[in-house]
Design a protein around this ligand. Structure first.
Ligand code: AMP
Length: 181
């Protein structure tokens, strides 16, 4: 459990930028968690405590902010980290998954050997924020297609009014550190 006073320190460390990257979006800037040693430390301690006994084999982080929290957590838990990247960034053979955006489609990819042949690898998916859930749903599908089991999807923040976490929870358990926003 995250103590209310510690949760407040993390919440207060998030900077909100109105109208970025386009009008009407309130961008949740987590760079101000990362440069705040107390907030970053409390967040990572909480994640380590939550996941240390879940027998995870890998953490998969979503491009790009999921890499930061995911890699730090993987190191804390003594397990491997796997990047799930936007199309065209991974150099080796990939598996890919398309997902719908408001206008058009996007695509995420994973290396075909990401889980090093571990049978039914237990994988935690992580990103900073879930909005419509399109990215995370595609990423969870990639874990599945690669032979892994997405044990849980973890986000620091959940813009629940957009319905993404509800949709994703039909496929994998969803955990949001700071609850619904
Ligand atoms: P979605 O696929 O709609 O759930 O979008 C999730 C991805 O977009 C995540 O990788 C987030 O980092 C990013 N994102 C979406 N909305 C915001 C927001 N308001 N503030 C910061 N990042 C966002």
């Amino acid at each position: 459990m995250l103590k209310p006073e510690n949760k407040k320190i993390i919440v207060d460390a998030i900077r909100e930028i109105p109208d970025f990257p386009k009008p009407g979006i309130v961008f949740k800037d987590i760079s101000t968690i990362l440069n705040n040693a107390e907030a970053f430390g409390l967040l990572m301690d909480h994640l380590r405590d939550r996941y240390k006994d879940m027998n995870l084999d890998f953490i998969a982080g979503i491009d790009a902010r999921g890499f930061i929290f995911g890699a730090a957590l993987a190191r804390d838990l003594g397990i491997g980290f796997v990047p799930i990247r936007k199309k065209g960034k991974l150099p080796y053979t990939t598996i890919s998954e398309k997902y719908a955006l408001e206008y058009g489609v996007d695509e995420v990819e994973i290396h075909i050997d990401a889980f090093r042949g571990v049978k039914d690898a237990r994988v935690l998916l992580i990103d900073d924020l879930i909005a419509t859930g399109g990215t995370a749903f595609a990423a969870a599908n990639l874990i599945d297609k690669s032979g892994g089991i997405c044990v849980e999807s973890c986000f620091i923040m959940d813009l629940a009014f957009l319905g993404g976490s509800k949709k994703l929870s039909t496929f994998t358990p969803v955990y949001s550190v700071l609850g619904e926003d």
